[in-house]
Write a protein that binds this ligand. Sequence first.
Ligand SMILES: N[C@@H](Cc1ccccc1)C(=O)O
Length: 466
Amino acid sequence: MMLSENELKIIQFLKERKKATTDEISEGTNLPLSSIFSNIANLEAKGVIKQISSEVKKRVKLTEEGERRLREGLPEDKLISILGGRETKVHEIKERLGKDFEIGLGWAKRKGLISIEGDLIRPKVERFTSPEYVGLVEISQGKIPNESILDTLVKRKLVEVKEERVIRVELVKDVEVKPVELYLTHEMLSTGTWRNYEFKPYNVDAQPPFFPLGKTHYFRDFIEKVKDLMITLGFTEVVGGYVEMEFFNFDMLFQAQDHPAREIHDSFVVEGQGKLPSQDLVRKVKEAHERWWRYLWNEDNAKRLVLRSQTTAVTARVLSEGERRRKVFTIGKVFRPDAIDATHLIEFHQMDGLVIEEGFTFKDLLSTLRDIFQGLGIKKLKFKPGYFPFTEPSVEIYGYIESLGWKEMAGAGLLRKEVTEPAGVYLPAGAWGIGIDRLAMSFLGVQDIRDLYSWDIEYLRNKRVI
Ligand SMILES: N[C@@H](Cc1ccccc1)C(=O)O
C-alpha cells in the first residue's frame, strides 16, 4: 500500500491512541488541520481508518484586540476604576485613557454607568466589571460564555466564532510504519541503514521545477552569428559611434549638402559640432563636391552632428585612414525618422563592409556578396542595377526567402574615385550595406520588427534560439 509521509505520521499517532479526533491528531502530529481532513479521507478510502463520529463545533477564539482587552481590561471598566467614584473633569479622563477614551465613554454611557454634566463625568458606581470581561476570561479558559455576551463580544470584534467540523476516527488496520525518507544518501548506502527506511517511488510524471537560465537576447545572438560569419570570411570588425559628424555620414560619401537624405526630417539632428579630420582630406572632399556637384561646399554643414543614418559612415571613417585596412565590416544600429509599424522602426541594424584590393572588380564584389548571403543561409540572389551617391556601378541585392519571396536586402557597389581618392586610396574598393533586421525576422520567424527589440522576459524566455 502506498502511503504518503503525512498519512504515515497520522497512522503512527493513531497506533498509540487507537481513537482520536481531528483536533487531537493535528496537535499530536503537528500537521495543520487543513491537511488532516484530506489525509483522513484518503486513509479511510484505503481502509486503514474508520470514522466514528462527525460533528460541527463552534470554535471561539479571542482576536488580537480581545487578547489585549483580557490583559488590560475593557475601556469602560478602566474608566470606572479611574473615576474611583469621584466626579472628574472630562479632559483629565481623556488624558489618562488616551485612545480608549471615546470607546470607554460610549460604553459607560450606554451601560448607564456614568452621566455627563458640562465638563464633568459623574460615575454612578464605584467599581465595575463588565460581564463581557468575564466572557473574555471564560473563553481564555476554553469555556463558552452565554449567547448574548458572546454576541456582544463578536460585535465588539474581541472574539471570533468559527464553525469547524470535528471528526473522530479509529485505526482499523495494522500497518507497519517505517520512517519515510525522501532522499537516498551515500551514507545510507554505505552503512546499510537504507533498509530501515521506506522510500517514495519516483513519480516520473511530475513536472520538474522551472529554472530560468540567463541567455543572450535572441536578436543579439543573431548579430553575433553574423559577426562570426564575417570573421570566418576573413573580415575584421570595426566599430563607430551612434553620434556621427555629417562629414563621415554624408560628405565623405559624396552625398551633396543639398541631398534629400540630409534634410532635417530625414536624419536625427544632434546638438553641437564635430571636429573635422585632417585639412588635406577636408580640402579634397570639398574640391570633389564643388567640381562635380557644382555648388559651394560649406564646412559648417559638414561639422553638424546626426545620429548616423547608415553604417557606411564607419566605412568612411576607415577610408579616411587611407589604405591601411583592407577588409573590414561593421554591424550596428542606424537611425532614421519614420512612422513606426510592424516593419518600420526609427532605429534598425545594418552591416556594412569594405574591401580594398588590387584588381578588385565588380564581379569580385558580387561574388563576395554571394559568399556572405550563402553563409547567412540565403542561396538564391538577384542583382539589380541601383544608385548610391558613393558607388558606381551600384547594385541592389534581392534575396529569396521561402515564406516571403524576393526581398530587397542590401545595396552595394564599387566606391567612386570621388570617395576613395580624397582619402588617399587609389586601389579599387567595394562596399555594401545589408539590412540586418529583416534578415533576422525571416530567420527567427518574427512578424513584427518591434519584437526584435522586446524586453518582455516571458516572450524572450520562450523564444527559440537558432
Ligand atoms: N548605405 C546604403 C547601403 C550601401 C552601403 C555601401 C555601398 C552601397 C550601398 C543604405 O543605407 O542604403
